[in-house]
Design a protein around this ligand. Structure first.
Ligand code: MV4
Length: 450
């Protein structure tokens, strides 16, 4: 087992990783930018190294600074968390070269799943259902038009280097194809220096249902059931839950087996997420695979009683898993509390937290790095807390969430708490019949007077 782990991240996920390390007796090193000097991850880690200015490119995103911090502190492993360098294959390779274990899959696996066309081809070979579309890279406009004609409009153009909603364009009729094709390629070239594109049939208002998988260094792969992440806004998830109110027992088993096939086809090592689009007829299609721990891993932890970070560290240390899959015993819902104003189009609201009281009580989990007097810096993402409520049924979890949202106090900045309060009373949300189009016609109504 590792003696000391460096956490190449900040905020709640850095704290989350430190917590598990403490429980299993591993020393921790925090890294921080000057904007985060007063952060809890700095205080709770055994050691802390300042790695640069607030700009992520000169701190949390700079492999050289992070590797230097690992070397001076003699850390034997690096946990990247999510975001920043978590899916950077070059960084994982640099770790290998410096004999520091990257806690995550191999650089080859990260690259394979990072290139969306290669990922899709891998899944086709493995027998995992994918959305009908072009096979491989689209060579030219005419080839694209021909394939679009074959599969039928609307179609979606996706960048092979994209993902998470970046570099996509919908085309509803052939007359629009040429313009969208050229715009999509320009955007992809600018954003990823790679204008490789592919086509898929456009699935209208799908559900986003993802399976947590776990694989060890010996080829064992298991699934830990699903999370429904259909409540999103501009490709940012707002609420996640497990189990999905949309899945039957039979479909869960079937999709879980598909997720395992996906993992086994690349001998996947570590924690991963297989994302599926599910249409209204309950057809499911592989969308992407994430090769990191995700924000919403907590929801899975609550419904199967499992420490995912602990397993991730054990796998990196070469300890085998049993290969047993898990099914939800409870129902958990997570509300992402962001420093954003839900009444002003979710505009960021960084600044000083003047008063803070966290929700608590049975079945209530809060993963957060915030405290009274904490300054939310404007340089990083706006998520400040994850509120997870767990109960035996969805109805009970929602009741608990309403209660927890009512007792959560955050003053000084605007937060998404009022949005979640409205959502927990929304008829469509309560019915469980919602899809990724949900936020397009959600009205929050009037703001509360202060
Ligand atoms: C799609 C799609 C419909 N049809 N692909 C968005 C994120 C990226 N991972 C893929 N995405 C989509 N791909 C086909 N063939 C609709 C989306 C999509 C979406 C997917 C999941 C969650 C929210 C979404 C919001 C808009 C579009």
């Amino acid at each position: 087992m590792f003696d000391k782990i460096l956490i190449a991240n900040r905020g709640e996920i850095a704290l989350r990783i430190i917590r598990t390390c403490k429980e299993i007796g591993i020393k921790t090193v925090a890294v921080y930018s000057t904007a985060d000097a007063d952060s809890l991850h700095v205080r709770f880690a055994d050691e802390a190294v300042c790695i640069g200015p607030p700009n992520p490119a000169e701190s949390y995103l700079d492999p050289a600074r992070i590797m230097a911090a690992a070397e001076i502190t003699n850390a034997n492993a690096i946990h990247p968390g999510y975001g920043f360098l978590a899916e950077n294959a070059d960084f994982a390779e640099i770790c290998e070269q410096h004999n520091v274990k990257f806690i995550g899959p191999t650089p080859k696996m990260i690259r394979k799943m990072g290139d969306k066309i290669t990922a899709k081809e891998t899944m086709i070979k493995a027998g995992v259902p994918v959305v009908p579309g072009s096979e491989g890279l689209l060579k030219d406009l005419n080839k694209g038009l021909k394939i679009a004609e074959e599969i039928g409009y609307p179609i979606i153009l996706k960048a092979t280097a994209g993902g998470g909603g970046r570099g996509m364009r919908i085309v509803t009729k052939p007359e629009e194809f040429e313009e969208q094709w050229s715009l999509a390629r320009q955007e992809a070239k600018a954003a990823f220096s790679n204008d490789g594109m592919y086509i898929e049939k456009f699935i209208e208002n799908p559900r986003h249902i993802e399976f947590q998988i776990i694989g060890d260094q010996y080829g064992n792969v298991a699934h830990l059931s699903e999370r429904d992440c259909s409540i999103q806004r501009r490709h940012q998830k707002l609420v996640e839950e497990s189990p999905s109110p949309f899945l039957t027992k039979k479909l869960r088993k079937e999709m879980g087996e598909a997720a395992i096939k996906a993992g086994k086809s690349i001998k996947y090592e570590g924690l991963g997420t297989v994302e599926f689009l599910v249409d209204k007829h309950k057809n499911y299609y592989f969308m992407e695979m994430n090769t990191r721990v995700q924000v919403e891993h907590t929801v899975t932890e609550e419904v199967i009683e499992y420490d995912l970070i602990k397993e991730q560290i054990k796998i990196a240390a070469g300890i085998p898993i049993t290969g047993q899959s898990y099914f939800p015993k409870m129902h958990a819902i997570e509300c992402r509390i962001n420093a954003e104003d839900p009444f002003k189009n979710f505009a960021p609201s960084p600044g000083l937290v003047t008063a803070y009281h966290s929700a608590s009580g049975q079945g209530v989990r809060v993963d957060s790095h915030v405290y009274a007097g904490y300054m939310i810096p404007p340089y990083y993402d706006s998520m400040i807390a994850k509120l997870i409520c767990t109960a035996r049924t969805r109805e009970e979890a929602i009741k608990k969430m309403k209660r927890a949202l009512d007792e959560y106090i955050i003053e000084g900045v605007k937060t998404t708490i009022p949005f979640h309060k409205k959502l927990m009373n929304d008829k469509r949300f309560l019915s469980g019949k919602f899809d990724t189009g949900f936020m397009e016609d959600f009205e929050i109504g009037e703001g509360i007077e202060e």
